[in-house]
Unconditional design. Structure first.
Length: 269
């Protein structure tokens, strides 16, 4: 059975998955043009835009933002101490990795203010349109509001393998552990020691359990979403893998996603 044939066993009627290298899609399967909610996979788009603004000098990664003492860098790296959704403070800045949607909503608001343009429009102008992600739009929160197709998510995967909209050194910094060695809970997978993140991108490192494959390299980075969505990028083997299901994350995904990832790596590396 081809690796991507596994999605036929997933719940829901509209699942899609694919694998790409830096140049083109190598294989895909399922409902490729069905528009799914990306949920927290959106955070990678938001981070990419903030990094663009940092390159332009419109935003500084080390300027104050969020709770007292926290910076844009802390918000991107889930190290600001903010709670998940409400904006309350659960820990001192830089002490714990606390996954926070509220932090990314603050980042979207900061981009609105500094760029003088709605954040959804910024994403269209500066990321989605240049990458020909024509079926994708931000239709809600900067933390979780993107809606789009599997074809478009693979286009973003190619950008992350070979960046054209950011300097390679900027993306390298964003996909290296920020505030390394912080412990925290990886949603759905429990406490990780350490729970390393870059700037908007989760880093595989030695985490176990994890949503990527057992054969993904420690350098793998990406994100998954509550809507049954994921994108990982493993630059050591030059592959990105994405899936959209429209089915809420749960035990099925904890079992299915690593199996799919390992099969993809075995077949396409």
């Amino acid at each position: 059975m081809a690796a991507l044939d596994q999605i036929a066993l997933w719940p829901g009627p509209h699942a899609a998955a694919g694998v790409t290298n830096a140049a083109n899609t190598m294989a895909d399967a399922g409902q490729l043009d069905h528009r799914h909610a990306w949920a927290s996979v959106t955070k990678m788009l938001t981070a990419y835009r903030i990094l663009q603004l940092a390159e332009e000098g419109t935003v500084s990664l080390d300027e104050s933002a969020g709770p007292p003492g926290s910076t844009v860098r802390h918000l991107l790296a889930h190290a600001s101490g903010l709670d998940t959704d409400g904006g309350g403070v659960l820990a001192a800045v830089g002490r714990r990795r606390i996954y926070s949607n509220a932090a990314f909503d603050l980042l979207g608001a900061l981009a609105d203010e500094r760029a003088g343009q709605p954040f959804a429009d910024q994403l269209q102008t500066d990321i989605l349109r240049p990458l020909e992600m024509t079926a994708t739009a931000l239709e809600g929160s900067a933390a979780s509001g993107a809606v789009g197709t599997l074809r478009d998510l693979l286009r973003f995967g190619r950008e992350l393998l070979s960046p054209t909209l950011l300097a390679p050194e900027t993306l390298a910094e964003a996909t290296t552990a920020a505030f390394p060695a912080l412990d925290g809970v990886l949603p759905g997978f429990g406490r990780q020691r350490p729970n390393d993140w870059g700037l908007g991108f989760e880093i595989r490192d030695g985490k176990h359990p994890h949503w990527t494959g057992h054969t993904n390299s420690p350098a793998t980075f990406g994100h998954f979403g509550q809507a049954g969505s994921f994108l990982w990028v493993d630059s050591t083997i030059g592959l990105a893998c994405a899936a959209l299901s429209g089915v809420d994350f749960g035990p099925w995904a904890i079992e299915a996603w690593p199996a799919l990832s390992d099969a993809v790596i075995e077949q396409y590396r």
